[in-house]
Design a protein. Structure first.
Length: 456
């Protein structure tokens, strides 16, 4: 209950509302707000705006929108500040389309947006919507004599790079300079990211030198991470050593994040020895690997069937008090299953569960396939039942592994039952299963005993 003393204070001045910056304060502000209305006090635009701002910052966008709607019903014209929090909240949560709709509806009702609201909605559209929408807003700003600033140019450059229009993005960068605006480090990092993703390593370095010499922007670790990450994603990890050399020349020491990105890139490019070489260099430099570093390396070792080394690395990782993750556990289980070591695979599954990491359909399918290959169909069926109990839906690959296992053991009845269960679950056979069962030969009755002979 709101005290009379509080209400008297609010009657004297709307400054009685402090900006709520925590969930508890927002609840108290709502309580005071309702109390004001109950006692006949009409909140002013300032009070409404503060409450909307607090609600939106706490992520309660729906209530914030309702409060703004109430303002209009009460004949109180919202200020640009009233709507900026809502528009920003919607854009940050990916609801740029809804934010744009509200933005346009306000204009239709005679509301004059200021530069802040234009910048908010432009940034949201650049992050999430198409280029036509972005350009419409851009030219609308210019038509209203709201000259774009560095923040606006950076948003547009991001949108162009996101849609892979690198030349247009670079032209926009040049236009910034012509208009007397100095790009910031965010603008430059966005362009560097696009250069690296397109594999334009030479252009990226030329751009680094240019912004350093002409704009005084010194490349930082974040810029180098962006370049290296982009190169690894397009499988150009061989260029990474050049970038490392350039970093060191400029006085930067690679950190754990950078090392981990490169190691992961080498693993994905099937250059495991390079990844291990970098790992040992990392240790030599006194940089402690993180979970991402170990996961990448162990995944690579398992894929290369170097299980003893993978397990040794995992034990070392646990000794460093790092927690197992799903990718790492899945890689080890899959490797054990390929080796038909189902006892070790099952033990790893239980280790995974005790670590709080829940197995998914892929993990169970690996185990079912492993049991089926060694003809241990009780184990395969057990894994299938455990999977279903956990509400994990089997895939066509899961069913195929079981059907093949039953056919190999000569249990045509179980194979047929499993096939029918698959159809009842709404899963159609894939090419592999269709081939095994002889689909496409014009027959409607499948001879499972014949298929058992074919499989074995």
């Amino acid at each position: 209950m709101v005290s009379d003393q509080t209400l008297q204070h609010l009657e004297l001045t709307s400054m009685g509302f402090v900006v709520p910056d925590s969930e508890d304060q927002v609840h108290k502000a709502i309580e005071v707000f309702h109390g004001m209305r109950k006692y006949g006090f009409v909140p002013d635009v300032y009070s409404y705006s503060i409450l909307v701002d607090g609600l939106c910052k706490q992520g309660d966008l729906l209530t914030g929108y309702d409060i703004l709607d109430e303002m209009l019903r009460n004949g109180i014209n919202p200020s640009p500040v009233s709507y900026s929090s809502l528009l920003q909240g919607l854009c940050k949560t990916g609801m740029a389309q809804l934010a744009l709709k509200i933005f346009k509806n306000l204009e239709e009702h005679g509301f004059q947006h200021d530069r802040i609201n234009f910048s908010i909605i432009l940034h949201g559209c650049c992050q999430h919507l198409d280029l036509k929408t972005v350009y419409d807003l851009w030219f609308d700003m210019i038509h209203r004599d709201l000259a774009p600033d560095v923040y606006n140019y950076t948003s547009l450059i991001y949108a162009l790079c996101r849609h892979r229009y690198l030349q247009e993005a670079f032209r926009m960068f040049e236009l910034m300079l012509e208009n007397g605006l100095s790009p910031n480090i965010v603008t430059c990092t966005i362009l560097l990211d696009s250069f690296s993703k397109e594999g334009l390593v030479g252009e990226a370095f030329l751009f680094l030198d240019r912004i350093h010499q002409s704009l005084g922007i010194v490349p930082n670790l974040c810029m180098y991470r962006v370049i290296i990450n982009g190169l690894c994603k397009i499988n150009k990890s061989s260029d990474v050593w050049k970038i490392f050399a350039d970093m060191i020349k400029r006085g930067y020491i690679p950190d754990v994040v950078l090392y981990s990105i490169v190691i992961d890139g080498f693993v994905k490019a099937l250059k495991l020895q390079e990844a291990l070489r970098l790992y040992h260099k990392m240790l030599h430099e006194g940089i402690k690997p993180n979970i991402f570093t170990y996961t990448s390396l162990i995944n690579g070792l398992c894929r290369d069937d170097r299980l003893p080394e993978a397990m040794e690395l995992m034990r070392y990782m646990i000794g460093e008090e790092l927690v197992l993750d799903k990718v790492l556990c899945t890689s080890i289980i899959a490797c054990y299953c390929r080796r038909s070591n189902m006892k070790a695979a099952l033990e790893m599954l239980r280790v995974m569960e005790r670590s709080g990491v829940l197995p998914d359909a892929f993990v169970y399918t690996c185990l079912i396939d492993g049991y089926s290959k060694v003809l241990a169909m009780d184990g395969a069926r057990w894994m299938m039942e455990e999977m279903v109990k956990r509400n994990i839906k089997p895939t066509v690959v899961t069913y195929t592994a079981l059907i093949i296992g039953y056919l190999k053991t000569g249990d045509e009845k179980e194979a047929e039952m499993m096939y029918n269960s698959m159809l009842q679950a709404g899963i159609a056979p894939d090419g592999k299963l269709s081939c095994i069962l002889g689909f496409g030969n014009g027959r409607s009755d499948y001879d499972y005993s014949q298929k058992a002979k074919d499989v074995t």
